[in-house]
Design a protein around this ligand. Structure first.
Ligand code: 13P
Length: 250
């Protein structure tokens, strides 16, 4: 039985003070929480330290939105895995479509980052997903499997890796993939993983859905056999909504 995982990706939102306040409100809204669902929060880099302190003892994981693949040096504007680990991060989101779309992230750089995060002892959330044009062209399967195989090239062990399927056309648009549409791609991702790592690993790997997940649709999505939780953008900026989504995974 795969334990569900729900992570709030706050993207480029909230000051440090606002982030701390929101993290505290999430803890309060979760109350006793639920052991059935792992929860995480990914604030901006400047807020990681403060949010990490606010989350201390709550059981909610501190997640980074990205990292660089070098240890240190002349890479202006970048943050290393060592720095993220030192501040208490346990997961790093890699290859989000916004990174691919606006910041030139490719399967090759995604692959380098994944190897670095896993070598550092943190866990990875690998994001994959097709654009609207790709879906309309009928190449969703090709694109998503290429992102999975490219991202995982030469990665021997994916015990500490979660995959997030986020159709680009569903992100921030209010257009959620239907539970059947999402399930179909989640199955395809699991089959791709099976081809690379075998049945046991493919049945164990968790695959989150992301793209306009709300408290009102989370339960239906999470009930699908291959959907193991969610990566939540907009709705994670409201403590009650995010807590309700986590509870839908319990
Ligand atoms: P929304 O939930 O705002 O559609 O964002 C999804 C996402 O990109 C999470 O990483």
């Amino acid at each position: 039985m795969r334990r569900k995982i729900v992570v709030g990706n706050w993207k480029m939102n909230k000051t440090v003070a606002e982030s701390t306040e929101l993290a505290t409100a999430v803890i309060a809204a979760l109350g006793d929480g639920c052991s059935g669902c792992e929860a995480g929060i990914a604030p901006t880099y400047p807020a990681l330290d403060a949010v990490g302190r606010a989350l201390d003892g709550s059981g909610i994981a501190l997640v980074a939105q990205n990292c660089h693949y070098e240890d240190d040096g002349a890479y202006t504007g970048e943050v290393s895995t060592g720095m993220l680990k030192a501040v208490g991060c346990t997961y790093v989101i890699i290859g989000h479509s916004e990174r691919r779309q606006y910041f030139g992230e490719t399967d090759e750089t995604v692959n380098l980052r994944i190897k670095k995060v896993l070598a550092s002892g943190m866990k990875v959330i690998l994001c994959v997903g097709e654009t609207l044009a790709e879906r309309e062209e009928g190449v969703t399967g090709t694109v998503v499997s290429r992102q999975v195989t490219g991202g995982l090239k030469g990665v021997a062990d994916i015990t500490d890796l979660v995959i997030a399927y986020e159709p680009v056309w569903a992100i921030g648009t209010g257009k959620t993939a239907s539970s059947d549409q999402a399930q179909e791609v989640h199955r395809l991702i699991r089959d791709t993983v099976k081809g690379m790592y075998g049945t046991e690993v493919s049945e164990a790997v968790r695959i989150q859905y992301g793209g306009s997940v709300k408290a009102s649709n989370a339960e239906e999505l999470f009930a699908m056999p291959d959907i193991d939780g969610g990566l939540i953008g907009g709705a994670s900026l409201n403590a009650a909504d995010f807590a309700a989504i986590v509870k839908a995974g319990c």
